[in-house]
Design a protein around this ligand. Structure first.
Ligand code: HH2
Length: 276
């Protein structure tokens, strides 16, 4: 379980990995999207790697609550040149998309991981990725970004998220995907209230029970604003704390905006763990 097959790479997950968020959007909630500028994306990628990122996650469609969908051709035009430009950087390249056509274009351009907040549910999504050697991040979302935060409801949020992920893993495996290519993500903030998010973080071990690696993305999210009362630009401390707590509860990969501070926090954790 500690090795993730990830395109050109085999990622050793016996230590926690940091996935840097590189948003090629004009409207991401965190305000750090670089739009369609390839040079700005490369500068962001370079800074993330220097800060210690293990994976770069490129996204060209905001999934913040209320976001409008981006046309497929626009998403491809933003993503493909950046994936091509980064292809010889020797770092796993993840592409964050819900659209099968974007998945195909990204894989052809050299992506190593497809990160689908929709859990590969779109018609054709499983077929777009099953024959590749890319890793697949399967995330849970209730509803869709435009409306998902209006009134999320669960009877047992942890059980329902676990059952959903289990069903998606079965669908992928039935299409021939090896389990060594799959990562699970409970989808913090995607059709969830603060209580739902806290329940998922508290009981992350129940998702770990599936035996697949877990990715957690809480960086700068509104759940941290709800806890601290701080706006999105002032959530560094809470983001680092939440990433660290997620790793302590079993997360293998944390998806973050603030790479250097997260890497430092994980070094402190590693130092404590290596002390007998
Ligand atoms: N969160 C966001 C986007 N993609 N992918 C995974 N696997 N897990 C997440 O929690 C996740 C994700 C939303 O954050 P961000 O990309 O920073 O914002 P936006 O969607 O507004 O670009």
């Amino acid at each position: 379980m500690s090795i993730l097959r990830c395109g050109r790479f085999e990622l050793d997950l016996s230590r926690p990995r940091v996935m840097a968020i590189i948003n090629l959007t004009p409207d991401s909630f965190s305000g750090d999207g670089v739009g369609g500028e390839v040079s700005a994306a490369l500068a962001r990628a370079k800074a993330a790697l220097e800060a210690g990122a293990d994976i770069l996650d490129l996204g060209a469609e905001s999934t913040r609550p209320g976001a409008e969908p981006v046309p497929e051709a626009v998403e491809i035009a933003r993503i493909v040149p950046v994936v091509r430009a980064l292809a010889d950087w020797r770092v796993p390249l993840s592409v964050d998309t819900m659209k099968p056509a974007v998945m195909r274009a990204a894989l052809e351009a050299g992506a190593d991981l497809i990160n689908d907040v929709n859990g590969f549910r779109a018609p054709g999504a499983v077929q777009a990725v099953c024959d590749s050697d890319a890793a697949l991040c399967v995330m849970h979302m209730q509803g869709e970004p435009r409306t998902m935060q209006i009134e999320p409801r669960y009877v047992d949020v942890v059980g329902e998220v676990a059952a959903f992920l289990d069903e998606r893993v079965s669908a992928l495996c039935a299409a021939g995907v090896a389990r060594e290519r799959i990562v699970l993500d409970p989808g913090f903030g995607f059709g969830k209230t603060l209580d739902h998010n806290l329940a998922l973080l508290t009981h992350l071990d129940r998702l770990c029970a599936a035996g697949l690696p877990i990715l957690v993305g809480v960086s700068r999210k509104s759940m941290l604003g709800a806890i601290t009362g701080r706006p999105v630009g002032q959530r560094l401390g809470s983001s680092v704390a939440a990433a660290l707590l997620a790793v302590q509860r079993g997360a293998h990969i944390v998806r973050v905006h603030d790479v250097a501070d997260t890497v430092d926090a994980l070094k402190v954790l590693a130092a404590l763990q290596s002390t007998v």
